[in-house]
Design a protein around this ligand. Structure first.
Ligand code: SR1
Ligand code: MG
Length: 403
C-alpha cells in the first residue's frame, strides 16, 4: 500500500467528540464533552475526551499514514491494530501493567482506551527528580511475563508462528532498523549531531571499524531472531507512573524480536535521566543513587524472575537440558547490554532525540553529557558479553565521565 492509498483523515477535536458519542457510545448522548489533542510522541494523534459532569474520561489514539516527526516516515496505520492486540494480550499476561482497551476501529485506525491522566509520564517525572520505589519490581515483572510467555520456551511452536505472522510490523521495524541500528553509525544525512559533540562522533563512532562490524552483527540479530513478542519502544516516554502503579503504553512497535531489546531500551533511558541529573544539578546524589539502584535491581530481578518463569512455564522438552537455561539467559542479557549501547548512541547522533539531553542548556555540559553517554554506549556494544549482572552494568556507568 502506498502513502496515497492510506486513509489520511485525522479527526478534529470536534469530530472526536461526535465519534465517541455516536459511533462508540461510551458517554451519554447529552453529555457535555471536552476534547483536547494531547499527543507529544513522534507518530500518532492522542485525544483526551472527558465529561465535565460525570468526570468520566477516555483516550482516542488515531494513527495517520505518516509520522508526526517527519512525513519521510510512511507508516502503516495497521500499527493501531497491532497496538490494540498486544495491549489485550499484555493485559492478560501482565495484569494491571497496561491500559484497558475499550474499542478498536479499523476504518478510522483508532483505538479507544483507558485514560491515565492521574499518571505521569516517567521521563517527565524523572526530570522532576521524582522517585518510584517499586519501579524496578514492576518493570522486571512486566518484562518477564510478556517475554517468556510469548517465546518458544512456553508456546506451542505452531501457535507461536501464528503470533509472529499477526505481529509482523514491517514499517515500524524499518524505523528501528534505520534509526537505531544503521544511520547513527555512519554520516547519514538524517543524523543531527550537536556541534560540540561532533568531533567525538566523527573519530570515535564513525571512525571505528570494529564498532561498525558489531552494529552489523546486532542488526542481523534484530532482523532475524524472532524470540519473543516485544513492546519494541520501551523508553521512559512509554511508561506511565504513580507512586504505587506502573503502566506500559504505546506498544505500536511490537513484533517478534530479540527479548533483550526491551530490557536494554529501558536501561538506556534510565541512563539518560541519570545523565541529566549529573550534568545539570549539584547535590542530587540521593536521586542518582536511586536511578543506579533501579537499574541494578531491574537487571537482577529480571534474572531472578526469568529463572523462576523458565522453570515453571517451559514446555519445550529440549530447553530443560542441563545448561540451556544459563545459555539462553546469558544471550538475552548480552543482547540487552548491546541495545543499551545502541540506544545511548542513536538518541544523540540520530534524528529522534531525548529531552533529557537536549534540555541541558549549557553547551559544554551538554557535549560532556553526550560524550559520556556515547563512550558508555560504545563500551556496551563492543564488550556486551562482559556484563551479566546489575552490579556490573552500574559499575560501568560509574566508570565514565563525571558519573
Ligand atoms: C519516526 S519515529 C522516531 C522514534 O520515535 C519512536 O518513539 C521510536 O523510538 C522511533 O525510533
Ligand atoms: Mg511511542
Amino acid at each position: 500500500m502506498t502513502k496515497q492509498e492510506w486513509p489520511a483523515a485525522i479527526m478534529t477535536e470536534t469530530e472526536v467528540v461526535t465519534y465517541v458519542k455516536e459511533a462508540f457510545g461510551f458517554f451519554n448522548k447529552d453529555a457535555r464533552l471536552v476534547c483536547k489533542e494531547i499527543g507529544d510522541g513522534n507518530l500518532n494523534y492522542v485525544f483526551r475526551v472527558h465529561d465535565e459532569e460525570s468526570k468520566q474520561s477516555l483516550i482516542v489514539k488515531q494513527a495517520g499514514p505518516v509520522s508526526r516527526l517527519s512525513d519521510e516516515f510512511v507508516v502503516s496505520p495497521d500499527r493501531n491494530r497491532i497496538e490494540t492486540d498486544i495491549l489485550r494480550l499484555q493485559g492478560k499476561l501482565a495484569p494491571g501493567f497496561v491500559p484497558k482497551v475499550y474499542h478498536y476501529d479499523g476504518d478510522k485506525n483508532c483505538v479507544v482506551m483507558e485514560d491515565l491522566s492521574d499518571f505521569t509520564i516517567l521521563r517527565t517525572a524523572l526530570l522532576n527528580r521524582q522517585q518510584f520505589p517499586q519501579l524496578a519490581e514492576h518493570l522486571s515483572t512486566f518484562l518477564v511475563e510478556t517475554l517468556v510467555s510469548t517465546s518458544d520456551l512456553v508456546l506451542d511452536h505452531k501457535a507461536k508462528k501464528e503470533l509472529v505472522k499477526s505481529y509482523t510490523n514491517p514499517e515500524l521495524c524499518e524505523i528501528t532498523e534505520d534509526l537505531v541500528y544503521t544511520e547513527p553509525f555512519f554520516p547519514h544525512p538524517r543524523n543531527d549531531v550537536f556541534q560540540g559533540t561532533k568531533s567525538f562522533v566523527e573519530k570515535e563512532i564513525w571512525g571505528d571499524r570494529q564498532l561498525a562490524l558489531e552494529t552489523a552483527k546486532l542488526k542481523f540479530q534484530f532482523l532475524t531472531n524472532a524470540q519473543a513478542l516485544l513492546h519494541g519502544d520501551l523508553h521512559t516516554g512509554s511508561i506511565f507512573v504513580t507512586s504505587t502503579e506502573t503502566k506500559v503504553i504505546d506498544p505500536e512497535f511490537a513484533f517478534y524480536g530479540p527479548a533483550g531489546y526491551d530490557i536494554g531500551n529501558i536501561i538506556a533511558n534510565f541512563i539518560f535521566a541519570y545523565t541529566n541529573s549529573v550534568y545539570t544539578s549539584e547535590g542530587e546524589e540521593a536521586f542518582q543513587h536511586y536511578l543506579l539502584d533501579t537499574i541494578e535491581t531491574l537487571v537482577d530481578q529480571f534474572k531472578k524472575k526469568f529463572i523462576t518463569a523458565f522453570q515453571e512455564k517451559t514446555t519445550e522438552r529440549v530447553a530443560h537440558y542441563e545448561g540451556f537455561l544459563e545459555h539462553y539467559l546469558q544471550s538475552v542479557l548480552e543482547d540487552a547490554v548491546a541495545v543499551v549501547g545502541l540506544e545511548l548512541c542513536r538518541r544523540i547522533i540520530g534524528i529522534a532525540k531525548v529531552v533529557d539531553l537536549t534540555s541541558i542548556s549549557d553547551s559544554q555540559a551538554r557535549s560532556e553529557a553526550e560524550i559520556a553517554c556515547l563512550t558508555l554506549g560504545k563500551t556496551f556494544i563492543l564488550n556486551r558479553s562482559d556484563y551479566q549482572t546489575g552490579h556490573g552494568i552500574v559499575e560501568a556507568i560509574r566508570g565514565v565521565g563525571s558519573y
